[in-house]
Design a protein around this ligand. Structure first.
Ligand code: ADP
Ligand code: MG
Length: 387
């Protein structure tokens, strides 16, 4: 699906750094169901997609890390021998942040030159950030002949994004980029990190529709939602002292104590709890290949995100509405943080081409925006690419 081969990237690397690299790539992801649940210790169901962030890497004699991104056409460097680098509010924070967290965890890294090439659309909710982090972490470890368990790597990459880049994300994105399985979605418990691969039925494709909008309020509202969930936990824990996260509350208890919550907080909590049960039901539906049930749960998830969590927008609602009307579509919903970005659709294979044409033209007619619509299968997590 991508526009580059390992040989192309190696050639570029040779020109830039005068050495022969090894090549790794880590996928972006799409979340089938379970939105805004990861940071509430809840359940999610992502799949890795066939868009990757590639990294070509070769070790160096010194302990410098040199990195160039073909997306930003810029280079940056740090020296692992000097004091720990500080974030610079620059894309290279994603790379150096991972190096810092690996080092802090006791993994002594060699110097290396890195060439980054990202195919995951940046800032569209398909997690180019996790893809660059995971690809970096995996490549740096291999270049230093170190191994770290994939789940551990996911945690370190999340820590880089949380504590170095300064973005509050849950564990889902890094986890799936590390542990994705071809042809499968994973149902993941974000508290215990237990997970189960679920085979995706061969007769459907995952179709991603990019609305091509990203509203300004996205990151601010994300932080507000997290604070609202924390406030929900605080208020409810007066009645439920064992409570650690919204994951521990039942819908029944939420209703029982609703009078003690401001309406907005109640709705945010209701989304998280109902979404958690939808993930469990959706996993059961996939296990018996009940696509109609799966699709209904996707629909309900979208409605809950729109009305209770209030993170949708007109473009996402329109894209879902157009998709749901189309024959051969089992389910459609917004995916990712919201306020723009992408929708995820389960579409019968034979309907995909017509779906793309029809939805794209109807969306363009209404919005004057040209959406990007593509089908993907579930991909494998981070790996070396052999030439
Ligand atoms: P997304 O939804 O794509 O994860 P984020 O805002 O979380 O959006 O992360 C996007 C940021 O990650 C970019 O602005 C950039 O700083 C960094 N990034 C992602 N891919 C690349 C790349 N190929 N090269 C350099 N930086 C990248
Ligand atoms: Mg991101």
């Amino acid at each position: 699906m991508g526009d580059i081969t390992a040989a192309d990237l190696a050639k570029k690397f040779q020109v830039l750094f005068g050495a022969t690299p090894k090549i790794y790539r880590a996928p972006g992801r799409v979340n089938l169901i379970g939105e805004h649940t990861d940071y509430n210790d809840g359940f999610v169901m992502p799949a890795a997609i066939e868009f990757y962030t590639w990294i070509a890497i070769a070790p160096r004699q010194d302990r410098k890390l040199l990195v160039h991104s073909t997306n930003f056409l810029e280079s940056a460097e740090i020296d692992l021998e000097s004091d720990e680098p500080r974030p610079r509010n620059h894309w290279s924070d994603y790379v150096f942040g991972v190096a810092v967290m690996l080092q802090r965890a006791g993994h002594h890294l060699r110097g290396a030159s890195l060439l980054v090439h990202g195919e995951v659309p940046i800032g569209s909710g398909l997690s180019s950030s996790a893809a660059i982090e995971v690809a970096t972490g995996f490549a740096l470890l291999e270049a230093s002949r170190l191994t770290v368990h994939r789940v551990e790597l996911a945690k370190l990459c999340q820590r880089a994004e949380n504590d170095f880049v300064g973005a509050r994300c849950g564990i889902m994105d890094q986890f799936i980029s590390c542990c994705g399985r071809a042809g499968h979605a994973l149902v993941l418990d974000c508290r215990s990190l237990d997970y189960r691969p679920l085979p995706l039925p061969g007769e459907v494709s995952l179709v991603i529709c990019n609305t091509m909008v990203k509203h300004e309020l996205a990151s601010g509202e994300y932080n507000t939602r997290r604070a609202e969930c924390e406030e929900g936990v605080r208020l409810l824990s007066r009645f439920l002292p064992q409570l650690r996260a919204l994951r521990d509350v039942s819908l029944q208890d939420l209703k029982k104590y609703s009078a003690h919550l401001p309406e907005a907080i109640f709705k945010r909590c209701r989304h998280v709890l109902s979404e958690n049960s939808r993930v469990t039901e959706a996993a059961a539906a996939l296990e018996c290949a009940d696509l109609s049930m799966f699709g209904r749960l996707m629909h309900d998830s979208h409605v809950s995100l729109r009305d209770d969590y209030q993170v949708s927008c007109a473009e996402l609602d329109l894209m879902v509405e157009l998709a749901e009307k189309f024959p051969g579509v089992f389910g459609a919903r917004m995916t990712g943080g919201g306020f723009g970005g992408c929708t995820i659709n389960m579409v019968a294979n034979e309907s995909v081409a017509e779906f793309q044409r029809h939805v794209a033209s109807a969306y363009e007619k209404s919005t004057s925006l040209v959406p990007r619509i593509f089908a993907t299968t579930a991909a494998e997590g981070v790996a070396e690419v052999l030439r």
